[in-house]
Design a binder for this molecule. Structure first.
Ligand code: AMP
Length: 401
């Protein structure tokens, strides 16, 4: 079902409450270290301002619960540096930062707003009711606004007061541009993908991704497995894997996945060679070995050149590729070739490329290739849950078109 979009709303003179993901990495003094998430929301922010809306922004920042007994650390999670940074990006727009999430001062500030202005609420997680999805908090938030816009894809998999509860008390709830784009691309993979559809899975653990793998086996033509999780598959096939990452609990799962893939006629590609190292370090000695050739004392930290050739050949034949999880320890230069090679291949081909959030998004950014992908998701957890086929509460709560 298509969801209401920000472009369907009448915004002129309206109070628009928008949930954004300003949960940005910070420097030690609290200032913004990486503003990617703030920039990602600018399209929706500018749209509301340009259409004469009064924009009330809200987001969480960090985990206040974890530092609640440390006032200095807690103070670093206030939204002030974010407000300052945002004002810098929106030259000339009035940004008023509140010291509360809800309450009389917030209500008064919102009443005093003129169209084209912004009020930024305090960190939503400073309110106990946020993560509990407390209806009283949700209603208080909704009372601030005429319409609600969700543009925080990174949190739509959580049913919190600011992401889900609020929609029950507000007249209209719509998707912002960022969330609409995420729904469009993941919707394509899950609904009506251009085939062949290939999924590339990597990262550390098999057991973390069981439900994703099971769901993908119903959708894809080819499933490519690399990264740390591939060694658990090799172990399940009876190969020696030395000190490579092994997910004991995942061995049985890997066996089951291989059986299911055969049953469903899904091609399953595993590494045929690996870059192995004698230590988990960029200074380690390395060599390339075929599958089954990993000796005791060595660990596989990247896919080998033959595997990269095999994987890129598959990508070139695909129409759609969804990628979640690096195929090696890309954070270390010596073990980044596989992940880089896949990213370059995706960047150069005409394939529709959908990059899951988290580590994979970080990898393509590190390589400077993010803007060559069709879509780089802004939500790690949310994109995984999408691929698991789950209903995401913050999306389900939006009005249908
Ligand atoms: P995940 O959070 O499960 O997606 O795992 C991502 C992490 O897996 C990244 O930090 C990679 O460095 C790591 N990774 C990828 N391949 C390997 C490998 N062969 N051995 C150990 N870690 C790996």
């Amino acid at each position: 079902m298509k969801k209401l979009s920000i472009t369907d709303l009448d915004l002129a003179g309206k109070r628009v409450l928008m949930r954004v993901d300003f949960n940005v990495p910070q420097h030690e003094d609290g200032t913004v270290r990486d503003d990617t998430r703030i920039r990602a929301a600018l399209q929706s922010i500018r749209y509301v301002l340009d259409h004469g809306g009064k924009l009330i922004l809200m987001s969480h920042l960090g985990r206040p619960k974890k530092v609640k007994d440390d006032p200095a650390k807690l103070a670093l999670l206030k939204m002030d540096p974010v407000a300052k940074h945002l004002a810098g990006l929106l030259d000339g727009v009035k940004v008023t930062k509140m010291d509360q999430v809800v309450g009389d001062a917030v209500t008064a500030a919102v009443e005093a707003m003129a169209p084209g202005e912004i009020v930024l609420l305090e960190n939503t997680r400073f309110e106990q009711g946020e993560e509990k999805n407390d209806p009283a908090l949700a209603e208080a938030l909704a009372k601030l606004a005429d319409v609600y816009v969700s543009d925080a894809f990174g949190t739509v998999h959580r049913a919190h007061a600011s992401t889900e509860g609020v929609t029950r008390f507000v007249a209209q709830s719509a998707a912002g541009f960022l969330v609409a784009r995420e729904m469009e691309y993941f919707g394509q993979v899950l609904g009506n993908p251009k085939r062949p559809l290939v999924a590339i899975l990597g990262g550390a653990k098999v057991s973390d991704k069981i439900t994703v793998i099971e769901n993908l086996l119903n959708l894809v033509d080819t499933l490519v497995v690399g990264g740390g999780m591939a060694y658990t598959f090799m172990k399940a096939q009876g190969h020696e894997i030395g000190n490579s990452l092994l997910d004991e609990a995942g061995i049985e799962v890997a066996g089951k996945v291989m059986g299911l893939a055969r049953e469903k006629g899904v091609e399953l590609l595993l590494p045929v060679d690996n870059i192995v190292a004698d230590a988990f370090s960029n200074d380690a000695n390395t060599k390339t070995v075929e599958v089954g050739g990993i000796e005791a004392g060595w660990e596989g930290l990247d896919i080998g050149p033959k595997t990269l050739a095999l994987f890129t050949e598959t990508i070139r034949k695909a129409a759609t590729v969804v990628w979640n999880g690096p195929v090696g320890v890309f954070e270390m230069e010596k073990f980044a070739k596989g992940t880089l090679g896949i990213a370059q291949c995706l960047a150069e081909s005409d394939v529709i490329s959908i990059i899951g959030g988290g580590d994979t998004a970080a990898a393509v950014k590190q390589f400077g290739l993010a803007d060559k992908m069709s879509h780089v998701s802004t939500g790690g957890g949310a994109s995984l849950e999408m691929l698991e086929g789950k209903t995401l509460p913050g999306l389900a709560a939006l009005n249908d078109k």
